[in-house]
Design a protein around this ligand. Sequence first.
Ligand SMILES: Nc1ncnc2c1ncn2[C@@H]1O[C@H](COP(=O)(O)OP(=O)(O)OP(=O)(O)O)[C@@H](O)[C@H]1O
Ligand SMILES: [Mg+2]
Ligand SMILES: [Zn+2]
Length: 726
Amino acid sequence: MTRPPEQPRSPASAPMLGVMCGDFCRRAHALVPRIAADRVDPGVVSELASLRDLWRSMSGAERAVAADAARTLAAAQGRGPRTRSAAIVAERREPPLAAAAEGTMPILPVDDDAAARRALSGLDRVAVEGVSERRYSGERDPDALLAFFGLDRFRAGQREAVAAALAGRDSLVVMPTGGGKSLCYQLPGIASDDLTIVVSPLIALMADQCRRLRLGGHPVAMIASGMEADAAARAVADVRSGRARIVLCSPERFASAGFLAALGQRRVDLFAVDEAHCVSEWGHDFRPDYLRLRGVIDRLGSPPVMASTATATEQVSREICERLGLRTPHILRAGFDRPNLSFDVIRLQGTGSKARKKMLLTITLSDPDMRPAIVYCGTRREVEEVCELLCSEGLLAVGYHAGMPADERASAQHRFMEGDAEIVAATTAFGMGVDKADVRAVVHWAIPTSVEGYYQEVGRAGRDGLPARAVLLSSRSDLGRLINFIKDDTVEPADVSAYVHRLTLQTGAAGRHVERGAVGKVVIDTPTSDRDRVCLGIAERAGLCSLEVAPGGRLAVSLRDDGNAGHLLSICREARDRAWRAYAAIAAFSGESDTCRRRALLDHFGDRRAAAPQGRCCDVCDPDTIGLPDPASLSVSRSRTDGGPADAPSVAPADEALLEELRQWRLRASDGKPAYTIAHNKTLEAIAALRPQTLEELTQVRGVGAAFVERHAASVLALVRRFATI
Ligand SMILES: Nc1ncnc2c1ncn2[C@@H]1O[C@H](COP(=O)(O)OP(=O)(O)OP(=O)(O)O)[C@@H](O)[C@H]1O
Ligand SMILES: [Mg+2]
Ligand SMILES: [Zn+2]
C-alpha cells in the first residue's frame, strides 16, 4: 500500500508545527468547560466543528503532540450533559410519539431512547429539509431506476432482487455485509406512488438511510422512538397522505394502532425486512418484535415481501422464509466475494507474541492508508487495552463495547462515523448498522468465534469499493479461549428442562391439573443471556413451548409438557456439533495455509464462483504483505550481541527532533511519575541516534531491558518508524 507523498520536515516547517498544535491545544482546553456547561450551545458546536477541521488538517506528528488535548476534548464530549428536553424524555421513559399519536406504544428502556436520540442527532445536523424532492415517474425498470438514483452499475445480485420486487414476487436476498442490500428495496421503493415499508432493527441504521435518501431528494419518512413529537407526527401524516413512497420503521412500531391506521390508507407494494435473520433465534441478533411481522404482513393484505440478510446458512434462510411466510420466494444468493478486500492472516506464537502483536497493530495502524480502521477484540478488557495502546501512540482511538454506558457507546460510534476518531477498538457489539463507506482496514486482535462472524466484521471495510484490508492477528493461544466458550455454552437437555421448569413455576401451573399438553402461558422479557436464549430456542424446537410476541417487546411463552425427550437430546447435540464445526472452520482459516484465503472463504459459504480480486488477494497468493511489518522481523530476543550493549553515540543534530518526540512520549508514558522510571535520558538519546527498526535492534540499546520491552517496545518502535516517514 502506498503512502501519501511524504512531508519533509524542514527547519522552516518546525515552528508551523508548534503553532498549529499550540492553537489546537489552547482552544481545545478552553472549550472543555464550555462543553460541560452546555454541549448544544451554538458557539460550542461551531468551535467544535472548527477544531475538527483543524485536527483533520494536522499531520500525524502534529496529532501526536496534540493527542492529549484531543483526548480531553473527546472525554468532555462523552460526559457533557444531554439537552434538557432529551433528559426529560429519558426520565419519562416514554417515546414522545406515544404521546403524540396514541397511548398504546411499548415503553422503551431509557438506554434505547438515549441511543435513538444520538442517532437522530446525525439527522438534525444535515439540512435535508432544503433538498428539493424528486419523484420518479419513469418505467418500472431496474436500469432506469438505478440511473435515477445516480449510480452507474448494479453490484452482483442487485438487479435480480430489484426485478423480483418490481414483478411483485417474494424474495430472500442473501448478500455479504456491504454487498448493497439496501438498494434492492430502495429502488422498487421509489418506483411508484405506492408505499414501500422497510423494517429495520436499529435506529442508527434507519436514521442513516433516511438521511441519505433525503439528500438524494427521495420522498421518505422515518418513524422511530426518540423522535421529537412533531417530527414523528409529520412522518405519520406523510405516510397517510401518500407523500412518502418509503417509510423506514422499527418493528415495535407495528404495536401502534395509529401507525397501522396510517398504513391502512395506502397500497403497499413492498414490505422489506432488513436484517431478516433477527427473526431467527439461531442467530445472535434475535429480536422478538420480528415475530410480529408475519401478522402485520397478513393484515396489510399480503404485499410482496423482500427479506434481506448477510447470514448465509441454510437453516437461518429456511427459518426466515417460514417465519415471515414467504410464498415460493425467489432466493437470491449473490456471490460472496468482496473483490476490493485483501486478506491477511498473521500467525503469532510463542514467547513474546503478545509484544509482537502490539507492535504489529501499532505499526499497521500508524500507516494513514490503513485508517479509518476498526479493531475487533475478543473481550471488553481487550477493547480497553487496545484503545489505551493506540492512544498512547497518539492515534485517535475510541473504545466500544456493550458494557459501556449507552451514551458513551453512542458517542464513540458517532465520533468514529464523523471522523473525529480514526480508529474504533470494539467487541462484536459494534457492527450491525454501521455503514461507514471509507473504512480502510478491519483488524482482528483476537480470533473471532466463527468464519461467519469474521466475514461479517471484515465486511465493514471498503464499502466504497476502494481497496481495503482485512488483517487477522492470529494468536494461537486464542484458540483455547474459543474452546472454553464452547464448553461454557454447551446446553444439555437437563439445562433446557430446568429452564422450562423455571418458566412453568412462573405460570403458577406447576402441580395443578391442566388440560393434557398445555401447561400454561407466561410473559417474559427477552432472555438477555445467550444461554437462556439458546435454552428457549431449543425448547421451542423440541415442542416444549411456542412463542409469540407480547406488548412491550416481551415474549409470550406457551408451555407444553408433551415434548419428546429424544428430540430434545438430538437438538442439543445438533447445537453442540454446530459450535464445534464453527470452531474447526475458524481454527483452520486462521492457521497456516497454502490455500488462498479468499477461496477458503468462498468455499465456506458454498460460493463456487471463481475468486476475482481487484488487486492484491491475500497473504497466501501474495506473500508480500505490503505495508504490514514482517512478523519475523519482530522476534523478541533478549540476548545481546558479542559486543555487548551499544553505547549511545553522540546524537547528531538531525536526531534532536526525534529525541524531543521521545521525551514527549516519556512524559505521557510516565503519567505523573518521575521520568527516569520509564527511561533515562541516555537511553532516549541512544534510541534517537540508532533509530531501531526492530525489537532485535531495540534490545541492543543500553538501558532497554525486559520490562521496557514488555511495556514500551511497541510504542517506541512505532514512534521511531513513524518519525522516519515524516
Ligand atoms: N450499485 C452500487 N454502486 C455503488 N455503490 C453502491 C451500490 N450498491 C450499494 N452501494 C453502496 O455500498 C454501501 C453498502 O451498501 P449497503 O449498506 O446497502 O450494504 P448492506 O448489504 O446492507 O450491508 P450490511 O450487511 O452491513 O447491512 C453503501 O454505501 C451503498 O451506498
Ligand atoms: Mg444493510
Ligand atoms: Zn488469495
